[in-house]
Design a protein around this ligand. Structure first.
Ligand SMILES: [Zn+2]
Length: 101
């Protein structure tokens, strides 16, 4: 992972658990291929810590904003859970199946 100095400072304040949640089991939202943690870049985007990555397979660019305050972190987690549930209901074919490479 590559961080700007400012982003590194904020990232280091996250708990180990939070860090692993942001960096483990990442899949491209578009083609579902696995994202290599080494390819993630962290910087400050609109005042918030953000993780950027490019999908090596389809070129999809994704950004995930990390709110470093624990209370908002919780809210984001819940939103993500809801988002996953909605996505699973709408597109069950996208889950549980890895794309052939
Ligand atoms: Zn992709």
């Amino acid at each position: 992972m590559n961080f700007t100095d400012e982003a590194r400072e904020q990232w280091d304040r996250l708990s180990e658990q939070a860090k692993s949640e942001w960096t483990e089991n990442l899949f491209c939202q578009k083609c579902r291929c696995e994202i290599d943690v080494a390819n993630i870049n962290g910087s400050i985007y609109e005042g918030q810590l953000a993780l950027f990555h490019n999908c090596p397979q389809c070129g999809n660019k994704e950004v995930r904003l990390i709110d470093v305050s624990p209370r908002n972190q919780q809210t984001i987690d819940e939103d993500f859970e809801r988002w996953v549930k909605a996505k699973k209901a709408a597109h069950p074919e996208l889950f549980g199946k890895k794309p052939s490479s």
